[in-house]
Design a protein around this ligand. Structure first.
Ligand code: ACM
Ligand code: ZN
Length: 502
């Protein structure tokens, strides 16, 4: 796996040549890069100075020296003294929150930033300027010259929110893969990992108060593969599928991400896409069916949460545990693709609509999301939902992820809500990128690399006054049909690099 990624990085370092003519393969390309003559050549026993107190920045310098010595055998020491250091970290409070400045000259590298985030990103850029062998899983030693091309770089992200979503619910992805995934996000300066943890096909996070969510909800006896009778014939695979992250796993993943300046946003889907939850606890449903199961195919299902007080209590309990595990301010509650069939047939739901004088089932969905927002806000968290949460009226403090094109984002911004632009046609990396005849089975649409590259989250309507509400963008990897990490990697690359540029 590591060899595969290494090979990929070597091949793809070519992509940045669009911008950088090969000498400065930094992705995303810095805001400003002035090329200079010559190289800074790393040598054994060079010194890095970090002449100020900041544990996180010292850690960043330390991690850099460790990575360097593992692959190159060069040892750099870290000191507080900057008089004769070769690489100097300097605190510069005039720079923005995630900005950095790099001055690379033959005799010295000066790194400036105001925050650990900025220093971390400066180091990511230095790593990308080193020979590609720095990514090697094997020891390289002095087979290459460990040199960095001279330049004056000023860099800062265009958006404060730069996200990547991974669906681990359709197919569970091993913890080690998730950790590696976070490394790859961080290298490309992605700062949010949207962790899609629950679905119709599986519940993937341990909740201590509700053990059946994982003992029942994390398992399915087989999976329907393919969706049409051509390149992707519909056949059950007759393979059991299961897996979930224990709370200890989650703590490890969160700590790992924190060290790489990636904030994790857990997504717990409601009121739809909840077959696995109602299979585990059928009393959370409207009770329309005799039996609920973790579903074995892909689509939109009627097995939704019923807006009863016991359901809200359940969600409150679940979010108590989720909020304690994830230190970030956001929790994603899904909100997309919730069919109203069950609510239409449910006596409780119909009575509730009358009692609350709601217009219809869409207003009931809005009521549901408002209730959940209160639960989250009481725990100090902010709600994010897919753009369906606009239907029937937005919850007051919510942030909208606009996935069905740009319209949802425009409406939310017009209502003064923060938005994250993730229009599926431009950002769903699970869409095909080549002829389906040659690709592993993916979701039906087509999204070539150049379209990702061209995507602008600030569309014509959002670019004026409304742009202040656009926090940024995100790319998605939905995993129906993606049975394993190798297939996810196939879909992620090379388009992830184009997305990072965006
Ligand atoms: C989604 O793709 N259903 C958000
Ligand atoms: Zn109901």
């Amino acid at each position: 796996m590591k060899h595969f990624i290494f090979l990929l990085i070597v091949i793809l370092s070519g992509i940045s040549q669009v911008h950088a003519c090969g000498k400065y393969p930094i992705i995303p390309y810095p805001k400003s890069l002035q090329a200079m003559e010559g190289y800074f050549i790393l040598k054994n026993n060079m010194q890095i100075s970090v002449p100020f107190e900041n544990k996180k920045v010292h850690q960043i310098a330390d991690d850099f020296t460790k990575k360097l010595s593992e692959v190159s055998g060069l040892y750099l020491s870290i000191s507080q003294d900057n008089t004769k250091a070769d690489i100097i970290f300097t605190k510069d409070n005039s720079l923005g929150n995630e900005a950095y400045l790099l001055n690379i000259a033959p005799e010295r590298i000066v790194v400036k930033a105001a925050t650990p985030n900025g220093f971390f990103y400066a180091v990511q850029s230095i790593l990308q300027l080193l020979p590609a062998e720095i990514c090697s899983p094997d020891f390289i030693g002095n087979h290459v010259i460990w040199q960095i091309p001279c330049a004056h770089i000023i860099d800062e992200p265009s958006f404060s929110y730069r996200g990547m979503m991974l669906d681990v619910a359709r197919y569970f992805m091993p913890k080690q893969y998730v950790l590696d995934f976070i490394d790859r996000l961080a290298a490309q300066k992605i700062n949010y990992f949207h962790f899609h943890l629950t679905e119709d096909q599986g519940w993937r996070i341990e909740i201590k108060k509700y053990p059946r969510l994982t003992s029942v909800g994390a398992y399915r006896p087989y999976t329907q593969t393919g969706y049409k009778h051509f390149h992707a014939p519909v056949i059950p695979d007759e393979v059991e599928h299961q897996g979930f992250y224990t709370q200890e796993d989650i703590k490890e993943i969160v700590a790992y991400a924190e060290k790489r300046y990636v904030t994790i946003i857990p997504e717990i889907e409601l009121p739809g896409h909840s077959s696995a939850a109602v299979a585990a606890y059928p009393e959370l449903s409207c009770g329309i069916k005799k039996e609920y199961e973790v579903v074995k195919n892909f689509g939109i299902f009627d097995n939704v949460f019923c807006p009863k007080e016991t359901t809200f209590q359940f969600l409150d309990d679940v979010f108590t545990e989720v909020a304690a595990l994830f230190p970030g301010k956001y929790i994603h509650i899904g909100g997309d693709e919730c069919p109203k069939t069950a609510w239409k047939q449910c006596k409780h739901c119909q009575l509730l609509i009358k009692e609350l004088q709601l217009k219809d089932e869409s207003s009931l969905q809005s009521y549901f999301i408002h209730r959940v927002e209160k639960i989250l806000n009481n725990k100090g968290k902010q709600l994010i939902g897919w753009d369906e949460i606009l239907e029937g009226g937005l919850a007051p403090n919510s942030t909208v992820m606009s996935w069905r094109g740009e319209q949802g984002g425009i409406e939310a911004a017009q209502a003064g809500h923060p938005v994250i632009m993730i229009p599926n046609a431009d950002t769903y990396l699970n869409y095909y990128q080549e002829d389906p005849e040659f690709a592993p089975v993916g979701s039906g649409s087509f999204l070539p690399m150049e379209q990702v590259y061209r995507f602008n989250p600030l569309s014509t309507l959002l670019k004026g006054k409304l742009s202040q509400y656009v926090l940024g963008t995100e790319a998605a990897l939905w995993t129906p049909y993606m049975k394993n990490p190798q297939i996810v990697d196939y879909y992620m690359y090379p388009r992830f690099y184009a997305f990072a540029e965006v």
